[in-house]
Design a protein around this ligand. Structure first.
Ligand SMILES: *Cc1c(COP(=O)(O)O)cnc(C)c1O
Length: 394
């Protein structure tokens, strides 16, 4: 099927929920994707921060195909090795205590929200269920995670939303304290707000939040759906903030392209979920977990260091380009803040036409989430395209 036929079938038979770019993708190699007609695109999006090992990673492919041939699914009524080994790896490498596996970020966040409320219910009874989240956050598209998302544009159409979410300002600990009305059980944050504009939280704010949560017995709940799995140059972003969450979620990058997500509970919250209190049919799928085990095995210190180095390289080069006001983010999670007169959404469309896939984010930002294995040659080609497009943008 060629691109034109494919786009026509989508328009006719698929619910039009996505503002898709007029581009079909067929296969990939490294950090380069190809259309059905064979045109190459440097991938600075990775899906949306999903394909961390790029395309055609042989170890990942071997792990996934071997598991698919052996056993493709097992109910959570039984045990199986891939999810057990994955939980062991994740806890060993984070200092967290136990894992629960889900299928996507929004669903993992639902689990984390349930855990926070049950932790408080078990200890204090009813009436302590409010969760503080931050303005400009993004936590998912379910009715509850939309309520958790601190952006008004998401609080439309689907009323009534789940109660019990209030919004503080990022980097303003007083605005968090001001929401303490005796009903709070948790504070939920992204350490770098991804969809909201690639906005890293201030270190002192995060340390202050950790201390405030400890003081009030609120859970510090960290959404690492986008920042996790090597994206920022450490396995999880919290490790660079020198904190330990009480509970956290991960998703996007973990399966190397397969749908997998989860919640990690600390020592303090490891026993909140008991039999019957939380579940999902597909959670911990063996094929997805086999893929994730390969992702984690390859996510060693050398890989993490290369993420930091590539991030530094891109930052330095991009900072010198026309129209660039600032670069935010960590590792290979980068947000390019533009000068007045430059429009991120229009630029990302032009970049695509020239063969570079980027994303947008809030605050007029070009967001870049390349596969962590992106090569020097691919980065340099991307920089050439960026320079040409930004140079002729106004
Ligand atoms: C993408 C994202 C989500 C939602 O994940 P889905 O897999 O789309 O449900 C939640 N939180 C953050 C921080 C995200 O970036």
């Amino acid at each position: 099927m060629n691109s034109e036929q494919l786009l026509a079938l989508d328009k006719e038979h698929v619910m039009q929920t996505y503002g898709r770019f007029p581009l079909a993708l067929d296969h990939g190699e490294g950090a380069t994707l190809y259309s059905p007609e064979g045109r190459a695109y440097i991938d600075f999006a990775s899906g949306i921060g999903v394909n961390c090992l790029g395309y055609g990673n042989e170890k990942w492919l071997d792990a996934v195909t071997a598991q698919a041939a052996k056993l493709q699914h097992v109910s959570n009524l039984y045990y199986s090795e891939p999810y057990v080994r994955l939980a062991e790896q994740l806890t060993a490498r984070t200092g967290m205590k136990r894992a629960f596996f889900a299928n996507g970020g929004g669903e993992a966040n639902e689990g984390m929200i349930k855990l926070c409320r049950k932790y408080s219910f078990d200890k204090y009874g009813q009436g302590r269920s409010t969760i503080i989240t931050l303005v400009d956050s993004f936590h998912g598209r379910t009715v509850t995670t939309l309520a958790a998302t601190g952006q008004d544009v998401f609080h439309q159409y689907f009323f009534p939303f789940t109660e019990g979410f209030v919004y503080a300002d990022a980097d303003d600990l007083e605005s968090v304290r001001a929401l303490d009305d005796g009903t709070v059980c948790a504070v939920m944050v992204e350490l770098i707000q991804g969809e909201g504009g690639v906005l890293p939280l201030d270190r002192d704010f995060v340390k202050g939040l950790e201390a405030l949560c400890a003081e009030k017995d609120w859970l510090l709940a960290v959404d690492e759906v986008q920042t996790g799995v090597g994206r920022t140059g450490s396995l999880f972003c919290f490790q660079q903030y020198d904190i330990l969450p009480d509970v956290m979620t991960f998703a996007k990058g973990i399966g190397g392209g397969l749908p997998l997500a989860g919640v990690l509970a600390s020592e303090k919250t490891a026993e909140v979920f008991t039999p019957g209190t939380h579940a999902t049919t597909f959670g911990g799928n063996p094929v997805c977990c086999a893929g994730a085990l390969s992702v984690l095995e390859q996510m060693d210190e050398a890989m993490l260091q290369s993420v930091r180095e590539k991030g530094d390289y891109l930052r330095e080069k991009i900072a010198a380009l026309p129209g660039v006001r600032e670069i935010r983010g960590m590792g290979l999670m980068l947000g390019v803040g533009l000068e007045e007169g430059y429009e991120a959404s229009r630029l990302v469309g032009t970049l695509l036409e020239k063969g570079l896939l980027c994303l947008t984010a809030g605050h007029n930002t070009i967001r870049m989430l390349p596969p962590l294995v992106v090569s020097k040659a691919e980065m340099d080609r991307a920089l050439e395209i960026l320079e040409a497009v930004l140079g002729s943008a106004t």
